[in-house]
Write a protein that binds this ligand. Structure first.
Ligand code: C2O
Ligand code: CU
Length: 455
């Protein structure tokens, strides 16, 4: 008896306390409703209209850029059959979705590339409601840039009664004077900087995207950064707007949108209400990441006034604070840097290793124990940006440059600024071999990828 009570009184280790805080932050498994949503999508060269009336030759899913917006209710299974009619092999990665490892779309790691003329069926039941997206995981610097990406919305079991549910997919394009997508990919200039930044920015494929709302409407606005390299900082000042989800999952509480940066891969969901005083106004949402702000899209508020749906903004109160996280030793450290060499003359490295872009992986994967709390650290030794993305898992930022930060939400992609060190906490739930990489497509193509083995 005595021995047992002594054991029971043993104080929990910091890791145990962090793990306990994590309990029920998001489910280990989804409940299955047995329903399936089916999509058949074709990736192929296509043409979309440009604003000046010319046609732009792209590669697209079902002939559209962005590709189709897929919607699945939580508990349903997505069955997605891809036909590859591109002149190159391809795959699809479900960014941010906790999929079974075999559905993750990483060529040479989780599946063979889908050859031209081939088909592949992706089938999985998403475990988290939220805003996700999909894109190729092969020659991404060319395939994403040519227009291959689409959005996956996983609806809540009981969707909230927003007046509208709107998606804005942000991208930029490098267009030549002749009006084509510049066919020079992975140039030294792109590689030495923050990837390929275009000369045309689009929202939903348009340079003049306009959202029309009625006064009184309360909308859910989902932003996705699908660009190869561009970071956005959309300015919602003057709007009654709150951030309710980051990279898919809900935040612990509604957050002011000021200061949020949207790096390649990131998503941001906003809850926006238009008051009667905004009747007849047009609001221009500016981007302020670069020195020269520019308009991203506009919102036109009609004169008509409707009743505002009243309900508390969705939150995830189970997001752990993980205040003690920095006292646990770092389990995996990732040094981010560049050097001369490789196929393009410059290689981007993680711990001095470059991962071959479209070859088979080399070297052993770093191993992380499942269902345990770990601290990982990204050390940016370069002067460029690196939005670091981990497949199949969420993580939470603990500190920047050693200073604890309060980010009351999980992420799947974190922007590591020049010379910055970012510490994150993670409890991997889903076993498999997962990629960890920079989401700037040119950096990834030039080696900035590695593998993480969970289990
Ligand atoms: Cu959205 Cu491995 O990427
Ligand atoms: Cu990078």
């Amino acid at each position: 008896m005595l021995a047992i009570s002594l054991l029971a009184r043993r104080p929990a280790s910091v890791e145990e306390r962090l793990l306990r805080e994590f309990r029920d932050a998001y489910p280990a498994e989804a409940r299955d409703t047995g329903r399936e949503r089916r999509y058949e999508v074709r990736a192929a060269p296509s043409e979309v209209p440009q604003l000046d009336g010319r046609r732009l030759a792209v590669w697209a899913y079902d002939g559209r850029v962005p590709g189709p917006t897929l919607r699945v209710r939580l508990g349903e299974t997505l069955r997605f059959e891809l036909t590859n009619d591109l002149p190159q092999p391809t795959t699809i990665h479900w960014h941010g979705v906790r999929v079974p490892n075999a559905m993750d779309g990483v060529p040479g790691v989780t599946q063979p590339p889908i050859p031209p003329g081939g088909k592949f069926v992706y089938r999985f039941a998403p475990k988290d409601p939220g805003t996700f997206w999909f894109h190729p995981h092969l020659r991404g610097s060319e395939q994403l840039e040519r227009g291959l990406y689409g959005v996956l919305i996983v609806e809540d079991e009981n969707p909230l009664p927003y007046s509208q549910d709107v998606v804005w997919v942000l991208d930029d394009w490098l267009i030549t004077r002749e009006g084509e997508i510049d066919p020079a990919f992975n140039t030294p200039r792109d590689l030495m900087h923050d990837g390929r930044w275009g000369n045309v920015v689009t929202v939903n494929g348009s340079t003049r995207e306009e959202l029309v709302v009625k006064a009184g409407e309360r909308i859910r606005l989902r932003l996705v950064d699908a660009a190869n390299g561009r970071v956005f900082a959309p300015d919602f000042a003057g709007l009654d707007a709150k951030v309710i989800a980051v990279d898919g999952t809900y935040t612990a509480r509604p957050l002011a949108p000021a200061g949020f940066e949207l790096a390649p891969g990131n998503r941001l969901d906003l809850d926006v209400t238009f008051g009667p005083e905004q009747r007849g106004r047009t609001i221009v949402v500016m981007d302020r990441f670069t020195r020269r702000p520019f308009p991203l899209a506009s919102i036109r508020v009609l004169d008509e006034v409707v009743a505002t749906p009243k309900f508390p903004a969705p939150t995830n109160p189970r997001v752990p604070a993980w205040k003690e996280g920095m006292s646990v030793p770092v389990r995996g450290q990732y040094l981010l840097n560049a050097r001369r060499g490789g196929e393009f003359g410059i290689e981007w490295t993680i711990n001095d290793r470059a991962f071959p872009g479209h070859a088979m992986p080399v070297g052993p994967a770093e191993t992380l124990p499942p269902n345990r709390w770990s601290r990982l650290r990204f050390v940016n030794q370069s002067f460029r940006l690196h939005p670091m993305h981990i497949h199949g898992q969420f993580f939470k930022v603990l500190a920047r440059d050693g200073k604890p930060v309060d980010e009351p939400f999980f992420r799947d992609t974190v922007l590591v600024h020049r010379k910055e060190t970012v510490d994150v906490g993670i409890v991997p739930l889903d076993r498999g071999t997962w990629m960890l990489h920079c989401h700037i497509q040119e950096h990834a193509e030039a080696g900035m990828m590695t593998l993480l083995e969970v289990g």
